[in-house]
Design a binder for this molecule. Structure first.
Ligand SMILES: Nc1ncnc2c1ncn2[C@@H]1O[C@H](COP(=O)(O)OP(=O)(O)O)[C@@H](O)[C@H]1O
Ligand SMILES: [Mg+2]
Length: 491
């Protein structure tokens, strides 16, 4: 039996007279309800505003249909589709309450409302038992894969590929799964990566509908991140935790990671590497849009974002500059405490397959509750890169810009870039390249040193702030760099 079957059956045999099933998957829920009714030997009837009530004359009108359950003392399961569209009508609310109290006297009866809305009228909260039906579980997904594979006769899918795509398909609805499998299995000899790409694309389009979650493509290799070895090793060690084998073996799943520190040191870039390293889709939550009011109240929009990300798990939820996201101003005062507290609660209760990757620049604005042990698995501090790390970063950007690192004097560049962050190193390389391009030639060491001597790094003008950030962070976070506290320039 599926998880959905179990959840629905528990509510029905628990004698809840009025059950609200929150789901976008009406067909699937009705099928499960019919299975349950069959197993209990109960009758089933359906109502919709256009078809009326099965077996009852002239009952398209919702109040009439609801009262027919009472007046005709109908046993079994009565299913009302989209009744939530009528929740604004006080007569419907009244009828539902009567159905509830009458239902309490009838054991073999359940009235079930199916709808996709999250919002339930305040006046019905006591009477309605809400069941949020989980999307297809692994067994159901496996059955769907079998069915689609059987429809594509030339196709053979390896067993280990089946395992991986099963996991990747989690969170999609039955229709979405059939749709994406049909599309993927129609490719000629699809490789595992092609199948996963198709599934990620489908998840991306599901999430896009919310408006404020943005798919972050798995485009960044961990090799594009220079230095920060402690952080990189942490990520690399956990690269297989979302595989089916690890999940089956009960390997603990990481909850989340917070990277804080000086800006321009690669925190956002580090997050971007996670999805290709771990092979799971990643979505960036745009809190500006959540707060914009374009998607209802910020609280409602935030709740919807959390529900959506749960639905497409396993996934990484990226919250960039979390101090703004949680509604903090510069001094750590809360502007929106509702969102803040619901975020903390959600982090505590969230399903294990959502991994949070958060970054923060204004680290003093992070309240202690966020840093408390158990919320994030690890809190890393990203300092200015150490000399050897600057070499690595320089090499990465030289190569990316078509230069040969062997033609550059790293010893000298190291001295010239004392106190620089990664973003500044990148900027210098790009400027050198642009200027040489203007003269129609490749850039060389002379171009680079000329640019470097013109740039004043942030750390020169922000010495005091950086000192403060360091002393605050070193007692609260793990250094992301393997050079630890001795990392950057001696200030
Ligand atoms: N450690 C690093 N290795 C390679 N590139 C870096 C590094 N740090 C910064 N950069 C470059 O600077 C850009 C901006 O860095 P970013 O990750 O946005 O910094 P932060 O989020 O810490 O402010 C990156 O996209 C990258 O090109
Ligand atoms: Mg950033």
């Amino acid at each position: 039996m599926s998880k959905a079957y179990d959840e629905l059956k528990a509510a029905i045999v628990g004698h809840s007279p009025l059950i609200y099933v929150q789901t976008p998957e009406e067909e699937r829920v009705i099928r499960e309800l019919k299975n349950i009714a069959g197993d209990l030997s109960w009758p089933v009837r359906k109502w919709s505003s256009v078809r009326g009530m099965e077996g009852v004359e002239d009952a398209k009108e919702p109040v009439k249909a609801l009262l027919s359950v009472i007046d005709q003392s109908l046993p079994g399961i009565s299913i009302f589709s989209d009744l939530s569209a009528f929740f604004k009508d006080p007569l419907v609310i009244r009828a539902l309450r009567e159905v509830y109290s009458d239902g309490r006297r009838h054991n073999e009866r359940a009235v079930i409302i199916i709808g996709a809305d999250f919002d339930i009228p305040e006046s019905l909260k006591k009477e309605l038992q809400v069941v949020e039906v989980a999307p297809p579980d692994e067994n159901e997904i496996a059955a769907l894969i079998d069915a689609e594979a059987a429809a594509h006769k030339d196709l053979s899918v390896q067993a280990d590929t089946v395992h991986e795509i099963t996991l990747a398909l989690k969170g999609l609805t039955e229709n979405e799964i059939s749709f994406v499998l049909n599309r993927a299995f129609s490719l000629e000899n699809p490789s595992k990566d092609q199948l996963l790409d198709e599934i990620f694309a489908e998840k991306k389009s599901v999430v896009k509908k919310t408006g404020f979650l943005e798919f972050s493509p798995p485009r960044w290799d961990i090799k594009s991140l220079g230095g920060l070895d402690n952080l990189k090793n942490w990520l690399i060690k956990r690269r297989n935790t979302f595989s089916r084998e690890a999940l089956a073996a009960g390997v603990p799943i990481p909850k989340g990671l917070l990277m804080m520190g000086i800006s321009g040191c690669g925190k956002s870039l580090a997050v971007k590497t996670i999805s290709s390293l771990w092979n799971i889709p990643m979505f960036r939550l745009d809190m500006n849009l959540v707060f914009s009011g374009m998607y209802g109240s910020p609280e409602e929009a935030f709740h919807r974002a959390m529900k959506t990300i749960e639905a497409v798990a396993p996934a990484v939820l990226w919250i960039d500059e979390i101090e703004n996201a949680l509604g903090m101003d510069d001094s750590g005062q809360r502007i929106s405490s509702h969102i803040f507290s619901s975020f903390l609660t959600w982090m505590q209760e969230k399903p294990p397959l959502v991994f949070i990757a958060a970054t923060a620049n204004k680290i003093q604005a992070i309240p202690a509750e966020v840093l408390r042990k158990g919320r994030f698995d690890e809190v890393f501090f990203c300092d200015l890169p150490a000399p050897a790390e600057r070499d690595e970063i320089m090499r990465i950007h030289l190569l990316r810009n078509g230069a040969n690192p062997d033609e550059f004097d790293f010893k000298m560049l190291r001295i010239m870039t004392d106190g620089w962050n990664g973003a500044e190193i990148e900027q210098a390389v790009i400027s050198a390249r642009t200027e040489a391009f203007y003269d129609n030639r490749k850039f060389n060491e002379r171009d680079l040193t000329a640019v470097i001597s013109r740039i004043v790094p942030l750390s020169d003008t922000m010495e005091q702030q950086i000192k403060a950030i360091r002393s605050w962070a070193f007692s609260r976070a793990t250094p992301a760099s393997k050079y630890g506290k001795s990392a950057a320039k001696s200030m």
